[in-house]
Each structure stands twice: as structure tokens, then as C-alpha cells.
Design a protein around this ligand. Structure first.
Ligand code: AMP
Ligand code: GLY
Length: 423
């Protein structure tokens, strides 16, 4: 039996917790910092430790003797939490700081892809406004401008006009909009196609992929409005055919895991490939993340039949080959309920009164929520993820929207067209 600590507070961690609770091997789950959807018995006190402070993390975790620590978000991974826990001999699911650079630095990721021969957009990187500006003038639009470091999904501007590119460069270099993450930019060729997210879980030697999902990154229906962390997703995504998945394995995952091994830093944990699939079904990498996607996880994990706890432990131990991975037939969809104004400034402390769920396949995953005097309120831009499994995509989508149609929470919104392209 295992005592597990899950780090994170988003919809992704709610979905990971939901699957971990199904494991017969779980004795007790703890979460830090958690959100309003976790039972009080699982949530550690807010002052338990400081995620940014190595000795604070090490001493708390050592004292409490967890059998496994699961790290949800990218920030602690990039900061090195996996290495800190390895030093004190605590098993952990997630990549080392070295491997997490694949998300933490777009330049690291690009250089690695070129070295490994992974298909991706042509790019150049710059550390000052003038040289970035002249490169953009030379290349012309459409073009994509990215702040180099972590920017919570907001550091990327897809520019259809040159004036947008100039504006984005000004914001990064002259207005310092992204702080340290904006001291360097990566400028990329614009790729056409449809996006898909594929998760691979690796133990350093072997890996397996989960079914592809498609996220909806723009805030409003019809893919209009600003880029967000993701407003809804569905799985499996039919754009990723069997042939395309084979290409993703041979052209993306295998070479990337191989190059990490060659560098003496095998990649353990989850690797998220954000892909652009062209009209011929050929994949190119848009980005890598060193953690599960959000909200994709809320529709991908419900498709997993196997024991997630066993999978995480096997990844940490280097024994994934011994684990049986099985998937459910059918499909799963998640729709995000967000606060009005998200992804810019938005309302907080919205009271949340949610009806009971009306189907065993439907789950309300909490993200930006908290409990105040026993009442549920919103604390973040993405508040909830309503997720449902169905025997096919249509059934899963209908179940989600039928639940969402049954109540109204003022000052919130959700997209009405999640998965519609695939129906
Ligand atoms: P990223 O944070 O790198 O995933 O970028 C955010 C979003 O911008 C992606 O999900 C794509 O929709 C878009 N994007 C990023 N890079 C490119 C590219 N080179 N070509 C086309 N779209 C892109
Ligand atoms: N949904 C996009 C991400 O998790 O990065």
C-alpha cells in the first residue's frame, strides 16, 4: 500500500487524483497546495513547505515518509524538485531539472530537436530588440514570436501581420512584459495544420503513449479571441491516425528519449508533445512540455483503464515494461468553465453552486476553486473542467453540455463548440 503526495492545484491534478484514488494500492493521498475540490483529509496545510525552497521541501517530505511524490506543474520540475527528492532517496514521478528544460527553455527544446532530427519549425533566437526586429523584417509574416522561458502559455504571439510582430517584440524587450522569461526570444516559421497533444510516459528506457487529444486554446467559439491555457479538449483526436501516431513515435518520441539517454540524463516522467499535423498527416513539433497537459489530462486519463499509481511507480523505478497498460474504447471530452475576462484580468470569489452530476461517467474537475467558510468560490481564471466519458465522441460531448446547460453561474463562460470539428 502506498502513501502518495501529489503536488499541484489545477484541473490536471484533480484528474490525476481521481485516477490515483481508483488504485487498490493507494493507502492515502495527500495534495499540496490542492484546490476546493479536494477533500479536507487530503489537503496539506498551506504552510507545510515552500515549493521554491529546497531544504524546506526536503525536510517536510523526508519527515512524512511518502512512498511516491507526483509532481503536476512545470515550475517545480524546472526548479529541480525531482533532483532534490532524488538526493534524499524519495521516489518521484517527473523529469529531472535537466530534462525539464525541454519545457523551461524554448531554445533548449529547439536545439535538442535539431540535434535529434525531430521535425519542427525553422527558428532563430535573439537577445536584443534590434536584431530580432531585423530578422522579422527579413522573414516577413506570418511568423511566430515566443518569449524564451516559462510564461504560463501567454508568451507566444502568432503574427499574421508584421506590425503584430513588431508590437510583440516591443512588449518583450522594451516593456519587459515577461520579466526574466523575456530576456530572449525564439522566432519561428508559422506552421499550418491541426494541433494535437500526445502524452508519453517514460521510465528512462521504455515508454508508452496515451491516446491523442485535441485542445482548444483560443478563448471563444470558432477559435476566436486570445490564446489561453486551454478551454476544452477531447480524446481520442481522429486527426492522429494510426499512421500519424507511428510517425510521432519514430520521428519524435524515440529520437528525443534516445538523445536524453545519450546525454546521460534519461527522461523519466511524462513528456507532452504539442504537434502540428499537416494535410498529409505528417507531424511537426510545436512545443514540448515536461508535464501532463491541462485540460487534456481531464479527457485523456478517463480513457485509461490501467492503474495510474502502478504506472507512476514503475516510471520512477525504471520498470514500465512490467506494467500492463489498457485503454477504454469510446471517447472523452472536457469543457472548461472560466471566469469572465480570462485570460486577461478576471473576476474572483464567484460563489459556485453546482448541481449534482447526473451520470457516473461525468466528473467535475476543480481547477481555480477554494473553500471559504465551507462554501465553494472561484479563485482562478479556469474554474472547473466538466469531463465525461461516452461510448463515442458525440455521447461524451452531449453529456458534458447537458450538465452545463442545467445551471448558470454569473460572471463565468464556457466554449460551446468543444470537439465540434470532430463530430
Ligand atoms: P506554445 O506555447 O509554443 O505551444 O504556443 C502556443 C500556441 O501558439 C500553439 O498551441 C499554437 O497554436 C501556436 N503556435 C506556436 N508555435 C507555432 C508555429 N510555429 N506555427 C503555428 N502556430 C504556432
Ligand atoms: N493545454 C496546453 C498545455 O497544457 O500546455
Amino acid at each position: 500500500m502506498s502513501k502518495i503526495l501529489l503536488i499541484g492545484s489545477g484541473g490536471r491534478e484533480s484528474a490525476i487524483a481521481y485516477k490515483l484514488r481508483q488504485s487498490p494500492k493507494l493507502s492515502q493521498l495527500y495534495v499540496f497546495p490542492g484546490n476546493g475540490g479536494f477533500p479536507d483529509s487530503e489537503v496539506l496545510a498551506p504552510n507545510s513547505f515552500d515549493l521554491k525552497n529546497k531544504s524546506s521541501v526536503q525536510s517536510f517530505i523526508q519527515k512524512n515518509e511518502y512512498d511516491l511524490v507526483v509532481v503536476g506543474p512545470e515550475d517545480p520540475l524546472v526548479d529541480g524538485i525531482v533532483d532534490w527528492l532524488a538526493e534524499i532517496g524519495v521516489p518521484v514521478f517527473g523529469p529531472s531539472a535537466y530534462c525539464a528544460q525541454i519545457e523551461g527553455s524554448k531554445e533548449f527544446a529547439k536545439a535538442l530537436m535539431i540535434e535529434a532530427g525531430v521535425p519542427t519549425a525553422k527558428y532563430a533566437s535573439f537577445e536584443d530588440y534590434e536584431s530580432a526586429y531585423s530578422y522579422v523584417q527579413k522573414e516577413g509574416a506570418p511568423i511566430v514570436i515566443k518569449a524564451d522561458g516559462l510564461a504560463a502559455g501567454k508568451g507566444v504571439t502568432v503574427c499574421t501581420e508584421l506590425s503584430q510582430a513588431t508590437q510583440a517584440l516591443k512588449e518583450i524587450f522594451l516593456d519587459n512584459k515577461f520579466g526574466k522569461s523575456g530576456s530572449k526570444v525564439v522566432i519561428e516559421e508559422f506552421m499550418e495544420g491541426q494541433e494535437a497533444s500526445i502524452f508519453a510516459i517514460s521510465d528512462g528506457n521504455t515508454y508508452f503513449t496515451l491516446p491523442a487529444a485535441q485542445d482548444h486554446k483560443r478563448a471563444y467559439d470558432g477559435d476566436e479571441g486570445p490564446n489561453t491555457g486551454g478551454m476544452g479538449a477531447y480524446c481520442p483526436a481522429p486527426i492522429v491516425t494510426k499512421e500519424t501516431l507511428e510517425k510521432v513515435n519514430t520521428l519524435v518520441f524515440q529520437p528525443v528519449f534516445e538523445i536524453f539517454r545519450k546525454k546521460g540524463n534519461p527522461y523519466k516522467g511524462l513528456l507532452y508533445a504539442g504537434l502540428m499535423i499537416d494535410a498529409k498527416g505528417n507531424p511537426r513539433v510545436v512545443e514540448f512540455n515536461c508535464r501532463f497537459g491541462d485540460p487534456e489530462t481531464q479527457c485523456v486519463l478517463p480513457m485509461l483503464e490501467g492503474d495510474l499509481l502502478e504506472i507512476f511507480q514503475a516510471s520512477a523505478k525504471g520498470a514500465l515494461g512490467d506494467v500492463k497498460i489498457s485503454l477504454r474504447p469510446g471517447a472523452s471530452t472536457v469543457v472548461v468553465l472560466a471566469a469572465e475576462g480570462y485570460p486577461d484580468s478576471y473576476e474572483k470569489n464567484i460563489p459556485l453552486n453546482l448541481p449534482e452530476t447526473n451520470s457516473k461517467d461525468l466528473v467535475v474537475f476543480h481547477a481555480g476553486t477554494s473553500k471559504k467558510d465551507g462554501n465553494l468560490i472561484s479563485t482562478g481564471g479556469r474554474i472547473l473542467g466538466i469531463s465525461s466519458y461516452g461510448k463515442d465522441l458525440k455521447e461524451s460531448v452531449d453529456k458534458v453540455y447537458s450538465y452545463l446547460g442545467g445551471f448558470k453561474i454569473s460572471k463565468t463562460f464556457f466554449r460551446k463548440d468543444i470537439a465540434s470539428k470532430a463530430l
